[in-house]
Design a protein around this ligand. Sequence first.
Ligand SMILES: Cc1cc2nc3c(=O)[nH]c(=O)nc-3n(C[C@H](O)[C@H](O)[C@H](O)COP(=O)(O)OP(=O)(O)OC[C@H]3O[C@@H](n4cnc5c(N)ncnc54)[C@H](O)[C@@H]3O)c2cc1C
Length: 752
Amino acid sequence: MQSTPIVKDLVLVGGGHSHVEVIRRFAMRPLPGVRLTVVARDVHTTYSGMLPGLVAGHYSFDDTHIDLGPLVHRAGGRLYHDNAIAIDPEAKTVSCLNRPPISYDLLSLDIGSSQDTSVQGAAEFAIQVKPVSNFTLRWAEAEKRILASTTPQRVGFVGGGAGSIELLFAIRHRLLKLTAYANRKDIKLSFQLITASDRLLPGYNKRVQKKFEQLLRSAGVELNLCERVVKVQEGLVVSESGKSIDLDHLFWVTEASAPAWLNETGLKLNANGFILVRDTLQSVSHPNIFASGDIAAVVEYPRPKSGVFAVRQGPPLKENLCRSITGQPLRSFKPQRQSLSLISIGDRYAIGSRGPFTLGGRWVWRWKDWIDRRFMKKYRELPEMLSAATTETPIYSADITQHDLQTDPMRCGGCGSKIGDNVLRAALGTLKQRSYNDVIIGLDEPDDAAVIKSKPGTVLVQTVDSFRAFIDDPYVFGQISANHCLSDIFAMGATPQTALAIVTLPLASPKVMRNDLVQLMSGAIEVFDAVDTAVVGGHTNEGQELALGFAVNGYIDYELLKRKGGAQAGDRLILTKPLGTGVLFAGAMRGRAQSRWIEAALHAMRQSNAPAAQCIREHASNALTDVTGFGLFGHLLEMLRSTNNTATVALDRVALFDGARSLADEGILSSLQSTNLEIEGSIDASSIEQDNSIYSLCFDPQTSGGLLAAVPEPNAEACVSKLRELGYAQTADIGSVNHSSNTPSEMIIMLS
Ligand SMILES: Cc1cc2nc3c(=O)[nH]c(=O)nc-3n(C[C@H](O)[C@H](O)[C@H](O)COP(=O)(O)OP(=O)(O)OC[C@H]3O[C@@H](n4cnc5c(N)ncnc54)[C@H](O)[C@@H]3O)c2cc1C
C-alpha cells in the first residue's frame, strides 16, 4: 500500500512495446506520490516479433502476449480496459468509449498504428493485421472456411513489406500443414502478393530483396509488383493499371496509418497524422504529453515503424516521464540508425539482415526464437521492487502544495475523516443521473436526509452491503458494487427504488480524490439508472483503501415476496452464473491470474441479475437467493435450512470461470474460504475425490454472483434455456431438492 498521498496522475494510453517497459520499470522503481493508470484497448499486448510464429502455429497465445494485468498490478498501477477516443489538452482529460473522462497531469501515448484502409472496399472486404485481436479472430474464421472448402482457395496479401511477407509465409505454412494433417490434399491453395512498389522490402539491402523474391517464387507465390490496389470487392482486387485479381481471402498489410481522432486533439501531427515529438519523446506542441512507438514521429530522427524502435524508446520514456513529473530537465534520446531485422519464413527458418549484411538458416530462426523468448520472460518474471528506502521519497515539484500532500501527521477520525465539502460538491456536480419522480429531496439538492415518496400498497424491502475494492478500476468497481448490492432486492422479487452510497476513498490530493469519486459513482449510477433506481445520498470517508457499498431500498406487494426457504422436494436447482470470483481475485492479487480470465469474470459480475430474477419468477420458482459471500454451498444450505429437505448437487454441472480451477489446483483460494468451509459437516462428499477442486470452489465467496433458484421440475428445462437466451450463457441445472426426514443439523447436501 502506498504510504505517500497520491498527488499526480500519470496516464499511459496503450500497452504498446514502449509502455510495457515503462510499466516494468515503474514496478522496479515506483515514484511515490505518482499514480500510474494504464488505459488499454487490449489487456494482452501482442509481441509483434512473435506474431507470425503464432499464426504459423509455432507459439501459443501466452507465448506471444504480454499480460498487462499482473505487470500493472506489480507497478502498483491501475489498468483500465478501454479504448481512448479523444484527448482534451486544455481540461487535461482522456475520453474513452465506456467511462467518464480520465484526468491526467502527464500523459503518454503508445497506441501503435493501423493499416491504411482508405482504398475503396478495403475496410469491408480485407482482413487487416491490426488491431491484432481482431486479426486473430478473423484469421481463425478464414482458416476454418479454407479447411471446410471444396473449391480452390486463393489467398492474397496486399503489401510488400516485412510484415506482409512474414505473414504470408506463416499463413502458407499453417494451411499446408493443416491440409496435410487433415488429409485434404484436394484443397488447392494459391498465394498472391500485391504491392505498389517495384520491389519487395523497400529499405532493405538488395541481396535481401532478391533472396525474398526467390523464396516467394519458389514457394509458388505469384508476385504482382507495381500494382497499386485502388478497389477491393468481394472476391476481387483491382489495381491502378486495371489488373483485377480474383481472391477468396485477402490480407491487408500495407503501410502504417494513425487513428483519425488524433486530428481533433490539437496535438501537432506530421502530414501522415502521427504525433510529432522531440528527441525527448515529448510532444512538440504539448509539454505534458509524450508519445512513442509507431504513433510517434521523432522530428530529429525519423525511423521506420518497427517494434524494435518502440522497444528501445521504453527506458528513455520512463526516465523522461519521471523527470517531467518531478520538474527536472529532460534527456535526449538518439535511436540507432540501423536495426537487426529477423524475418521468419514459416517453417522455422529465418533470414537476418542489418544494413548491408545478410544471413539465413534454421539456426537464425532458433536465434530469433531465443531473443524473442528472452524478451517475453522479462515481462513474466518481474524483478523485485527496490526497497522502500530507495524509493520512498515523495515527489516535490513547484506546483505541489502542502494541501495536496495532506501532510497533517494526525488525521482526524469521526466526522473529521469526512471528505472535504469542496471535493464532494465538485464530484457530485459532475455526476449525471436521471431525474426520478419519487425523489422529493435527493442528490441534486442535498439536505440532511433524502426524502422519497413511498409506494402505497407495498412493503419496503431494505438491504445493505459494502466491501473493499478488489480491482484497481474505480469505474468498474462502482458498477460491480451497485450490481452486487441490488441483487438482494432482485432475489426477494422486489423492485429497487433508491440507494444510499457508503464510500471510503484513500488519502490523496483533493483533485485526485474528486476524480476517483467521479469514476466510482459514475459506474454505480449507470447501473442504478438502468434499473430505475435513484442514488439519493450517501456518506464518504477517507480511509486506507477504496471501499464502496450501498443501502438499497425496494418495494413489493407483500403477497409476491420470494423467500429463500420455500424449496420443495423434486425441485431442480438452477445456477445462473459460473463460480470462482473469489479465487480469481485472490490469484490476481498474487499476480497469478491471466487478464483474460479476470475480464471474463468482470463481465459476468457486471451483468445484472434483474432479468434472471424475473425469468425465474415467471417459471414459478419456489425459492430464490443470490450467491455471494458464503459461496454456493453456504447459500444452498441457507435455502434448505428452514425446510426438511436435502439437496443433491452434480459437481460436474457447476459452471466455473476460466482459470478458477487451475488457480484452485495451485492452492490459491480466497481468504474467506476457510470460514466458508465450516459448514462442511453438513455435506456428504463421500462420493468424490478428496482434492476435487470443483468441490472447493463451491465454497468460494462470490462478488456479484449469480442467482440460485429452486424451480419445479416440469419448468426447469424451459427456465434454463430462457436464461441462456437472456445472456446467462452458463446457466445450469446443477441438481435437485430431495425430501428427507433429517433434522436441519444433519447432512443436507449430497454430491454426485
Ligand atoms: C505481421 C507483422 C509482423 C511484424 N513483425 C515485426 C518484427 O518482427 N519486428 C519489429 O520490430 N516490428 C515488427 N512489426 C511492426 C510492429 O508490429 C510495430 O512496429 C509495433 O507493434 C509498434 O509497437 P507500438 O508500441 O508502437 O504499438 P503496438 O505494439 O501496436 O501497441 C499498441 C497498443 O495500444 C493499444 N491501443 C491502440 N489504440 C488504443 C486506444 N485508442 N486506446 C487504448 N489503447 C489503444 C493496442 O491495444 C495495442 O496493444 C510487425 C508488424 C506486422 C504487421
